[in-house]
Design a protein around this ligand. Structure first.
Ligand code: HEC
Length: 146
């Protein structure tokens, strides 16, 4: 076999193996989360709520660090029952029960933070925030808007 065509066929073989490995890898990494089937407008509204939740968590943690009870109350209140109430109806209608079972208690836990921020130790408020964030983690593991 001339040396040139030896290299060409070896190269081709390598590409073949590599592409096989890449596609196998792709299927292993395929997103297993459940799609919520939102329209573009619903996605935009929903993700905006999500970013607000992150702002709340940031404010709560900063408030705990500064031992500033009113900052904690203010930050937590944004993502409590008011947010639950303001969620567009079409989004509420599209979300399955498993989603609601994680989402509803999340808003309630922000309300719990509002109440307990008046009296609890900062370390207890930090623990509650840690518990609350398990809700974020659990839901993100299960659902996607993609
Ligand atoms: C009941 C379900 C649920 C809960 C609870 C939840 N999220 Fe989400 N969140 C989602 C879904 C679904 C997405 C979209 C993820 C995707 O499509 O990859 C998302 C996306 C986000 C995003 C990305 C926003 C963007 O603009 O892309 C942020 C930030 C976020 N969530 C923060 C939070 C925080 C912080 C909490 C907890 C305090 C939380 N979420 C709780 C379901 C939830």
């Amino acid at each position: 076999m001339p040396i040139n065509s030896f290299f060409r066929s070896t190269f081709a073989l390598c590409l073949l193996i590599l592409s096989g490995a890449l596609s196998a890898d792709d299927s292993a990494r395929a997103d297993q989360r459940i799609s919520l089937g939102f329209s573009d407008a619903e996605k935009a509204a929903f993700l905006s709520e999500m970013r607000q939740m992150l702002v709340s968590v940031q404010g709560v943690i900063a408030g705990i660090g500064a031992e500033d009870r009113s900052a904690i109350v203010q930050a937590a209140r944004y993502s409590g029952n008011r947010m639950a109430r303001d969620t567009p109806l079409s989004i509420k209608q599209k979300t399955p029960l498993a989603f609601k079972e994680i989402g509803a208690p999340t808003h309630m836990m922000f309300e719990e933070l509002v109440v307990r921020a008046e009296t609890d130790d900062m370390s207890e408020l930090a623990s509650l925030t840690g518990e609350l964030m398990k809700q974020c983690v659990a839901c993100h593991a299960l659902f996607t808007v993609q």
